[in-house]
Design a protein around this ligand. Structure first.
Ligand SMILES: Cc1cc2nc3c(=O)[nH]c(=O)nc-3n(C[C@H](O)[C@H](O)[C@H](O)COP(=O)(O)O)c2cc1C
Length: 172
Protein backbone atom coordinates (compact mmCIF):
# COMPACT_ATOMS: atom_id res chain seq x y z
CA UNK A 1 0.00 0.00 0.00
CA UNK A 2 1.17 3.57 -0.71
CA UNK A 3 0.16 6.76 1.01
CA UNK A 4 0.73 10.19 -0.57
CA UNK A 5 2.83 12.54 1.59
CA UNK A 6 4.92 15.68 1.16
CA UNK A 7 8.06 15.22 -0.97
CA UNK A 8 10.32 16.46 1.87
CA UNK A 9 9.02 13.68 4.10
CA UNK A 10 9.12 10.91 1.49
CA UNK A 11 12.62 11.62 0.15
CA UNK A 12 14.14 10.89 3.57
CA UNK A 13 13.53 7.22 2.80
CA UNK A 14 16.40 7.29 0.28
CA UNK A 15 19.07 6.49 2.86
CA UNK A 16 21.64 4.94 2.83
CA UNK A 17 23.05 7.21 0.13
CA UNK A 18 26.52 6.66 -1.34
CA UNK A 19 28.91 9.56 -0.90
CA UNK A 20 31.55 10.82 -3.33
CA UNK A 21 34.14 13.59 -3.10
CA UNK A 22 34.74 15.62 -6.26
CA UNK A 23 38.04 17.49 -6.57
CA UNK A 24 38.80 20.30 -9.03
CA UNK A 25 41.51 22.96 -9.24
CA UNK A 26 40.37 26.55 -8.75
CA UNK A 27 41.70 29.53 -10.68
CA UNK A 28 44.13 30.40 -7.84
CA UNK A 29 45.72 26.94 -8.20
CA UNK A 30 44.09 25.40 -5.11
CA UNK A 31 42.56 21.91 -5.30
CA UNK A 32 39.06 22.03 -3.79
CA UNK A 33 37.20 18.91 -2.59
CA UNK A 34 33.41 18.84 -2.23
CA UNK A 35 31.35 16.04 -0.70
CA UNK A 36 28.31 14.98 -2.72
CA UNK A 37 25.47 12.53 -2.31
CA UNK A 38 23.73 13.39 -5.58
CA UNK A 39 25.70 11.41 -8.11
CA UNK A 40 25.16 8.67 -10.66
CA UNK A 41 26.70 6.64 -13.49
CA UNK A 42 25.19 7.88 -16.77
CA UNK A 43 26.96 5.84 -19.46
CA UNK A 44 28.92 2.61 -19.65
CA UNK A 45 30.44 3.03 -23.15
CA UNK A 46 32.02 5.55 -23.01
CA UNK A 47 32.03 5.60 -19.21
CA UNK A 48 30.44 8.74 -17.73
CA UNK A 49 29.28 9.93 -14.33
CA UNK A 50 27.24 12.91 -13.19
CA UNK A 51 27.27 15.04 -10.06
CA UNK A 52 24.71 17.63 -8.94
CA UNK A 53 26.31 20.74 -7.42
CA UNK A 54 24.28 23.54 -5.82
CA UNK A 55 24.34 26.66 -7.99
CA UNK A 56 25.72 28.75 -5.10
CA UNK A 57 28.55 26.42 -4.07
CA UNK A 58 32.13 27.47 -4.79
CA UNK A 59 32.66 24.12 -6.57
CA UNK A 60 30.09 25.10 -9.17
CA UNK A 61 32.30 27.93 -10.48
CA UNK A 62 35.50 25.91 -9.96
CA UNK A 63 34.29 22.94 -12.02
CA UNK A 64 32.83 25.20 -14.70
CA UNK A 65 36.19 26.93 -15.14
CA UNK A 66 38.42 23.84 -14.77
CA UNK A 67 36.27 21.67 -17.07
CA UNK A 68 37.72 18.60 -15.36
CA UNK A 69 37.41 16.95 -11.96
CA UNK A 70 38.09 13.75 -10.04
CA UNK A 71 35.25 11.74 -8.51
CA UNK A 72 36.54 9.76 -5.52
CA UNK A 73 34.62 7.07 -3.62
CA UNK A 74 35.77 7.78 -0.03
CA UNK A 75 36.20 4.80 2.30
CA UNK A 76 34.27 4.38 5.54
CA UNK A 77 37.45 5.45 7.36
CA UNK A 78 37.28 8.79 5.54
CA UNK A 79 33.87 9.77 7.00
CA UNK A 80 35.34 12.62 9.05
CA UNK A 81 37.12 14.13 6.03
CA UNK A 82 33.96 13.76 3.92
CA UNK A 83 31.98 15.59 6.60
CA UNK A 84 34.59 18.37 6.77
CA UNK A 85 34.73 18.83 2.99
CA UNK A 86 30.94 18.83 2.94
CA UNK A 87 30.49 21.48 5.63
CA UNK A 88 33.20 24.03 4.73
CA UNK A 89 33.57 26.14 1.59
CA UNK A 90 36.64 26.48 -0.57
CA UNK A 91 35.59 30.11 -0.91
CA UNK A 92 36.76 30.66 2.69
CA UNK A 93 39.48 28.08 3.34
CA UNK A 94 41.92 25.61 1.81
CA UNK A 95 40.11 22.40 2.78
CA UNK A 96 43.03 20.05 2.09
CA UNK A 97 45.27 22.27 4.27
CA UNK A 98 42.76 22.47 7.16
CA UNK A 99 41.85 18.77 7.02
CA UNK A 100 44.65 16.92 5.22
CA UNK A 101 44.22 13.47 3.67
CA UNK A 102 46.67 11.50 1.53
CA UNK A 103 46.52 12.63 -2.10
CA UNK A 104 48.44 11.97 -5.30
CA UNK A 105 48.40 13.65 -8.71
CA UNK A 106 45.82 12.52 -11.24
CA UNK A 107 47.32 11.10 -14.43
CA UNK A 108 45.23 12.48 -17.30
CA UNK A 109 43.89 15.72 -15.80
CA UNK A 110 45.16 18.45 -13.43
CA UNK A 111 43.53 17.30 -10.22
CA UNK A 112 44.19 15.06 -7.21
CA UNK A 113 43.32 11.45 -6.39
CA UNK A 114 42.48 10.49 -2.80
CA UNK A 115 45.04 7.79 -2.01
CA UNK A 116 42.95 5.98 0.65
CA UNK A 117 39.66 6.12 -1.26
CA UNK A 118 38.03 2.94 -2.55
CA UNK A 119 38.33 4.28 -6.12
CA UNK A 120 39.03 7.46 -8.08
CA UNK A 121 37.75 8.46 -11.53
CA UNK A 122 39.33 11.23 -13.60
CA UNK A 123 36.64 13.10 -15.54
CA UNK A 124 36.60 15.63 -18.35
CA UNK A 125 33.50 17.83 -18.35
CA UNK A 126 31.26 16.55 -21.12
CA UNK A 127 28.01 18.42 -20.48
CA UNK A 128 26.23 20.54 -17.90
CA UNK A 129 22.58 21.13 -17.27
CA UNK A 130 20.94 23.51 -14.83
CA UNK A 131 18.31 21.52 -12.98
CA UNK A 132 16.40 23.72 -10.52
CA UNK A 133 18.82 24.81 -7.81
CA UNK A 134 21.65 22.46 -8.83
CA UNK A 135 23.99 22.19 -11.82
CA UNK A 136 24.34 18.70 -13.22
CA UNK A 137 27.92 18.14 -14.38
CA UNK A 138 28.46 15.10 -16.59
CA UNK A 139 32.04 13.86 -16.73
CA UNK A 140 33.59 11.52 -19.28
CA UNK A 141 35.91 9.17 -17.41
CA UNK A 142 39.41 9.25 -18.85
CA UNK A 143 41.19 7.22 -16.14
CA UNK A 144 40.06 4.95 -13.28
CA UNK A 145 42.03 3.94 -10.17
CA UNK A 146 41.18 1.38 -7.49
CA UNK A 147 42.58 0.83 -3.99
CA UNK A 148 45.00 -2.11 -3.82
CA UNK A 149 43.32 -3.15 -0.54
CA UNK A 150 40.12 -5.00 -1.58
CA UNK A 151 38.65 -4.81 1.94
CA UNK A 152 38.10 -1.02 1.99
CA UNK A 153 34.41 -0.10 1.87
CA UNK A 154 32.57 2.98 0.62
CA UNK A 155 31.07 5.46 3.04
CA UNK A 156 27.34 6.25 2.95
CA UNK A 157 25.08 8.83 4.52
CA UNK A 158 22.94 6.59 6.71
CA UNK A 159 20.33 9.08 7.90
CA UNK A 160 19.43 12.76 7.64
CA UNK A 161 21.85 15.06 9.43
CA UNK A 162 24.94 13.67 7.69
CA UNK A 163 25.26 10.56 9.87
CA UNK A 164 27.86 8.62 7.92
CA UNK A 165 29.25 5.10 7.97
CA UNK A 166 29.55 1.82 6.10
CA UNK A 167 26.29 0.14 5.12
CA UNK A 168 26.78 -3.17 6.90
CA UNK A 169 25.98 -2.75 10.63
CA UNK A 170 29.11 -4.69 11.69
CA UNK A 171 31.27 -2.16 9.84
CA UNK A 172 29.90 1.01 11.47
C1 LIG B 1 27.17 13.83 3.05
C2 LIG B 1 27.04 15.11 2.28
C3 LIG B 1 26.42 15.10 1.04
C4 LIG B 1 26.31 16.29 0.28
N1 LIG B 1 25.74 16.24 -0.97
C5 LIG B 1 25.72 17.36 -1.73
C6 LIG B 1 25.26 17.29 -3.08
O1 LIG B 1 24.91 16.24 -3.60
N2 LIG B 1 25.26 18.45 -3.80
C7 LIG B 1 25.70 19.64 -3.29
O2 LIG B 1 25.69 20.65 -3.99
N3 LIG B 1 26.15 19.73 -2.00
C8 LIG B 1 26.19 18.61 -1.23
N4 LIG B 1 26.68 18.67 0.05
C9 LIG B 1 27.07 19.98 0.61
C10 LIG B 1 28.44 20.49 0.13
O3 LIG B 1 29.42 19.46 0.19
C11 LIG B 1 28.87 21.67 1.01
O4 LIG B 1 27.93 22.72 0.92
C12 LIG B 1 30.28 22.18 0.74
O5 LIG B 1 30.70 22.94 1.83
C13 LIG B 1 30.40 23.01 -0.54
O6 LIG B 1 31.77 23.28 -0.74
P1 LIG B 1 32.31 24.41 -1.74
O7 LIG B 1 31.70 25.71 -1.31
O8 LIG B 1 33.81 24.38 -1.52
O9 LIG B 1 31.93 24.01 -3.12
C14 LIG B 1 26.80 17.50 0.82
C15 LIG B 1 27.43 17.51 2.08
C16 LIG B 1 27.55 16.32 2.80
C17 LIG B 1 28.25 16.35 4.14
Amino acid sequence: MQVQKRYTEVINRKFPEAVVIAIAKDQKGKYNPITLGWTMITSHQPPMMAIAVNLNHYSREVIEAAEEFVIAFPSSEMAEAALFYGTHSGRDIDKFKEHPVATEPAVEIDSLLLTDAVANFECKLEAELETGDHMLFVGRIVASHVNTDPTVRRVYTLAPGYKMGAVRPDEN
